[in-house]
Design a protein around this ligand. Sequence first.
Ligand code: UD1
Ligand code: CA
Length: 456
Amino acid sequence: MLNVVILAAGLGKRMKSDLPKVLHTLAGRPMLGHVLDSARQLDPARITVVVGHGAERVRAQYEGEPDLCFALQQPQQGTGHAVQQAVPQLLEGDTNDVTLVLYGDVPLVQPETLRRLLTARGQGVAVLTEILADATGYGRIMRGADGKVLRIVEHKDASEAELAVHEVNTGMLAAPTARLKDWLGRIGNRNAQGEYYLTDIVGLAVADGVPVQAAHPAAAWETLGVNSRAQQVQLERAWQREQARRQLEAGVTLADSERFDVRGSLICGRDVFIDVGCVFEGLVELGDGVQVGPYSVLRNMTVAAGARIEAYSHLDDARVGRDARIGPYARLRPGTTLADGVHIGNFVEVKNSAVGKDSKANHLSYVGDADVGERVNIGAGTITCNYDGANKWRTVIEDDVHIGSDSQLIAPIRVGRGATLAAGTTLRRDAPPDQLTLSGSKQRSVEGWKRPTKKK
Ligand code: UD1
Ligand code: CA
């Protein structure tokens, strides 16, 4: 039975923020959310988050998630003391009880690495370690002449010879739950920092004849912690570079892998092209051959094969059909479904509307709460007046309608199949099918009229 304990009680003083450190975001979501994601990939029986500074806000954000519970550490007396607070929450039940300790401010540890740590353990203890050129500040891994791990010495407690060791403790470890409880009860705080060190369990395990193994992360960024805004932005870039690497490996073309941001998941078909400066949020799916122009934002979008999104488009919670053309400067808002071959051009906003096959709105229009049929042409400057100041109403535009430029359709209203609206029509009643409807007053010219001149 696997327990995961996530340490998240620290202050994060160097963030200079009112927000608890683990709620600061990486790739658009709280650091703690990333750690929870990785932990959940391992199917733990329970995850216990040790909270302290900003405990209420952390709790409030994750309240109600059934596999999660919280332990309060107040005051903070070290990592060993932190895990001790979680002890009452640890579940036990079989011969393979194990507790995995993670840090809430080390957000990018990957499930693969954690699996490797759990496997390395056998029935004993495993610590995640790595070799660093500059080991300053880290706990050092002490090994015997036979190469076996003996104990961990914190930087502040280390001798000159111990400081020369470059193998460091990342902080993540796995230990048999019952033994861990016992060792935690036996650690003291007589050290340079007067803290209860979790790392002291390693020496206790060795003394008890429990083997201690070391495992290593697949990538260096997996074990990087965030203590400052500078570290946060560095890790953000490292992660975005990794996302870019994964897309390239999957066959996506990126105009520049350094100017590419995924804040969620991006799933691409074959031969997708993504230009510079795009941001993908939530779940975005791009079909085969989709092209995304520069500086576009796509949030919770499905874009079907062959569609092209031109520069500076902002697309939020919508579906785009095959071979559609969107933008430049288009805006799609939630609840929009565009069928195959639809064209939505510059400065066109579409909200909560369905637009049928091969219909076009190419310039400067607002289509809101509308059902638009197939092969409809919506002229420049057309507005669906969907809001009467109190309620929203629908506009229905049937197949093969042509709407002249600068028309207003005052909802609720219907334009019949094959109808044409003259330019500048203000439509207050339904337009019958197959006819021309116009609303403007008769055109006239005033003879002898003089343009006003400036007073001297
Ligand atoms: C710890 C390790 C060190 C390792 C380093 C890696 C110990 C004694 N030392 O040192 O070997 O090289 O991490 O970064 O474990 N926390 C609490 N409550 C506390 C203290 C810490 O929840 O009372 C949390 C922090 O919020 C943080 C994590 O534990 O997420 C690590 O704490 P930190 O103070 O950064 O540990 P270090 O002293 O750097
Ligand atoms: Ca640290």
